[in-house]
Design a protein around this ligand. Structure first.
Ligand code: MRU
Length: 344
């Protein structure tokens, strides 16, 4: 099951709002369609929204290929702004859009039609690279997973959150492929339930032993010695190793430290934002109160109650045992180890 499908100049996004009970794809024929799909969570997960936005840029170019290259570029810049404005926390979105813009600006001699074709090919490249990157993350990460490990994960950092294979779930897939007989505890991940709706579904499809728990059960399981390690994905990693990821990740990292359990983050290099010196500078998306006051359309809180619904939190680097990337593992991440990793 792919989060993103490409067919004859259109892209189709698996509507993740409807999982696990309904499998439908939303067809996008313009960059505006893609922007709406990202904003409305049809597609979600840092690498997946990056790749979708890259195709959004390709669709923008296609729609403008009858113009002069300069006008096409101006239109692309407008699409870039619109796509980047959809969700603020995951840096992969801006990374992919900027890569497409930079690529377009370099094609000095191309006609508008050629430019549109080249941009489509560049989006295909971003998508293909994402799968390869995740497989490498999986290979590196599997080295850290002992046989029969009982692993806790949060949110969905799987195939659905990427173009394929997943980051944190990629590590799990890779360990399973090595015959390590692992089992996975999945946090349901309130309030949007990416854990129960998406991760539990994804792991079940592959018959990886999976147990769903509510978010507030993690501490109890750790206290009983039933979790060997935690692995999560990331939406943005600052230069000092602080990690923004789905709300609730920080609580898990604190719990993991209290119980002396390794806490791993799996993410591609495109998730690092080395311009930010610490995680305090990462913009945190706030989502609608409706996600807290309603459950599957049913009201579960008093009318008019004040709500606060940040979608992400920041885990300080000091709580992270290692960050697993496609270029290797950064143990004890901090400003020094990350700088060294990127300059070597
Ligand atoms: O709000 P979402 O569902 O887009 O949040 C996704 C996450 O927080 C993931 O853990 C993160 O993007 C990593 S995905 C490989």
């Amino acid at each position: 099951m792919s989060a993103i499908r490409v067919t004859e100049g259109k892209i189709e996004l698996l509507d993740q709002r409807k999982l696990p009970t309904e499998i439908t794809y939303m067809v996008c024929t313009s960059w505006q369609d893609v922007a709406t799909a990202i904003k409305d969570m049809v597609v979600r997960g840092a690498p997946a929204i990056g790749a979708a936005a890259a195709y959004g840029m390709a669709l923008a170019a296609k729609a403008l290929q009858h113009l002069e290259p300069q006008s096409l570029l101006a239109g692309l810049e407008e699409a870039a702004l619109g796509l980047k404005a959809t969700r603020p926390t995951a840096v992969n979105l801006a990374w992919a859009v900027e890569r497409m813009l930079h690529f377009a600006r370099k094609q000095n001699t191309a006609s508008a039609v050629q430019l549109a074709e080249l941009l489509w090919a560049e989006a295909d490249k971003i998508a293909a690279e994402d799968v390869e990157t995740n497989k490498k993350i999986g290979q590196y990460g599997a080295q850290l997973i002992p046989p029969k490990a009982r692993i806790l994960t949060h949110c969905n950092a799987g195939a659905l959150a990427t173009v394929g294979y997943g980051t944190a779930l990629g590590v799990i897939r890779s360990a399973v492929a090595q015959g390590k007989e692992i089992s996975v505890f999945v946090d349901e991940t309130r309030p949007y339930l990416q854990g129960s709706r998406l991760t539990a579904w994804e792991l079940q499809q592959e018959q990886i032993p999976t147990t769903l728990i509510a978010d507030n059960m993690a501490g109890f399981l750790m206290q009983k010695g039933e979790i060997d390690l935690v692995i999560v994905g990331a939406d943005r990693i600052a230069a000092n190793g602080d990690v923004a990821n789905k709300i609730g990740t920080y609580s898990l990292a604190v719990l993991a430290q209290a119980h002396k359990i390794p806490f791993y983050v799996a993410a591609p290099l495109s998730t690092f934002d080395l311009q930010l010196s610490s995680g305090q500078e990462i913009p945190i998306e706030e989502r609608s109160a409706q996600e807290l006051t309603h459950f599957a359309g049913v009201q579960i809180a008093p009318t008019g109650i004040k709500c606060y619904n940040p979608a992400f939190d920041v885990t300080p680097a000091a709580l992270v045992t290692a960050i697993i990337t496609e270029a290797g593992i950064i143990k004890n991440p901090d400003t020094e180890t990350i700088k060294k990793f990127f300059t070597e």
